[in-house]
Design a protein around this ligand. Structure first.
Ligand SMILES: O=c1[nH]cnc2c1ncn2[C@@H]1O[C@H](CO)[C@@H](O)[C@H]1O
Ligand SMILES: [Zn+2]
Length: 376
């Protein structure tokens, strides 16, 4: 008698090792939120930065995670003063960017867009352009080191303007100037409540006139009005977080789902949502992985992507984010592929490159993983 395997192999729960080896795409990761704890300690020592709460790398890593675990975005953001504080020289920026690309490649990421706010790195005397050039140099160096270790990654930069400041147009112009040299788009970040995206309308209008791309942190600490402004006033291509779109979705007792006008628009127009589950648990935007809106949004086929936000503060990696989601929602390799293809479709690099990444890198990578059961 022949025995047949009844379970579709791709429907099995992926192991942590498979998750790590799966080709992944990351669209929302802050350069100043992803330093290795040891690097923060090293750079502080080298530059004479005295404000660190701990000097031992392990203790420092724990400190960042715990301090960021505050339940409020404002308190979460306070921890960045220490990472930004040690990223004020060319060498520090090159090192942090190179290690970032290396770490992402080691985690199985094949394409990443990493963001940072150039205006926050001028205290040591660097100019905005020098900051961008140092970070770009670091990314290229990290890509090279990854290649030497048998890994392949491409990293693009997103330039962020801080929403409480008034330099958005200047930073948008900077992003436009470097668009063919490693910078793929623009973003605004920082405390959301009290700083609506329309404050920076001039920057967004400028980028639209230049046919350039941008994402906006919206719907994280503040709700639907922020998402609505980001899309309908500012014209964002993607939403950073966007979790609060859930406020415009009603699920009835019998399971029927009703989308409001804004949620319908987001789904109909395939607006990419850059979701960052662990970060949301820390800032209070969601209570647990199982209750995170990503579960429902994925079932409703919103264009959901999975991201890290701040690997240091959230003690995470993209693989870990997927592990949490696999635990909460029993996602399979098919789901992971769906998230990765969604992210690649939503990237800011040209269409032909996105398509080649999907067809020549991502899909073959998942096919390879899905075939492993045949040889066990
Ligand atoms: O989740 C977030 N929401 C809003 N702002 C953030 C988040 N994570 C980091 N930053 C802010 O973005 C700056 C540039 O990278 C960081 O310095 C931090 O202030
Ligand atoms: Zn963010």
């Amino acid at each position: 008698m022949t025995s047949h395997r009844t379970e579709k192999p791709s429907a099995k729960t992926p192991t942590p090792d498979q998750i790590r080896r799966a080709p992944k795409v990351l669209l929302h990761d802050h350069l100043d939120g992803g330093l290795r704890p040891g690097t923060v300690a090293d750079l502080a020592r080298a530059s004479g930065y005295e404000g660190l709460p701990e000097t031992d790398a392990d203790l420092l890593g724990t400190w960042f995670r715990e301090a960021a675990d505050s339940g409020s975005l404002e308190r979460y953001l306070e921890t960045f003063s220490h990472t930004v504080g040690v990223m004020q020289t060319r060498d520090a920026l090159v090192r942090v960017a190179a290690e970032c690309a290396e770490d992402l490649a080691e985690d199985g990421i094949v394409y990443a867009e990493v963001r940072y706010a150039p205006e926050q790195h001028l205290e040591g005397g660097l100019g905005l352009e020098e900051v961008v050039e140092a970070v770009n140099e670091g990314f290229r160096e990290g890509e090279r080191r990854a290649r030497e270790n048998g890994r392949r990654i491409r990293v693009g930069a997103l330039l962020t303007a801080m929403r409480h400041a008034a330099r958005a147009l200047e930073i948008a112009e900077l992003a436009n100037r470097y668009r063919d040299e490693g910078v793929v788009g623009f973003d605004i970040a920082g405390a959301e409540a009290g700083y609506p995206p329309t404050r920076h309308l001039d920057a967004f209008e400028y980028l639209k006139r230049e046919n350039n791309h941008f994402t906006i942190h919206a719907g994280e600490a503040f709700g639907l009005p922020s998402i609505w402004q980001a899309l309908q006033w500012c014209g964002a291509d993607r939403l950073g977080h966007g979790v609060r779109i859930i406020d415009d979705i009603e699920v009835g007792e019998d399971g029927t789902v009703r989308l409001g006008r804004l949620a319908s628009y987001v789904r109909d127009k395939r607006i990419p949502l850059e979701m960052c589950p662990s970060s949301n648990l820390q800032t209070g935007a969601a209570d647990s992985y199982a209750e995170h809106p990503i579960g429902l949004l994925r079932r409703l086929y919103f264009r959901v992507t999975v991201n890290t936000d701040n690997r240091l503060m959230s003690h995470t990696s993209l693989s870990r984010e997927f592990e949490h989601l696999v635990g909460a929602f029993a996602y399979t390799l098919d789901d992971l592929q769906w998230f990765s293809v969604n992210a690649m479709k939503s990237a800011f690099i040209p269409f032909d490159e996105r398509l080649a990444m999907i067809n020549d890198v991502i899909k073959p990578g998942y096919a390879e993983l899905k075939s492993e059961w045949l040889f066990q």
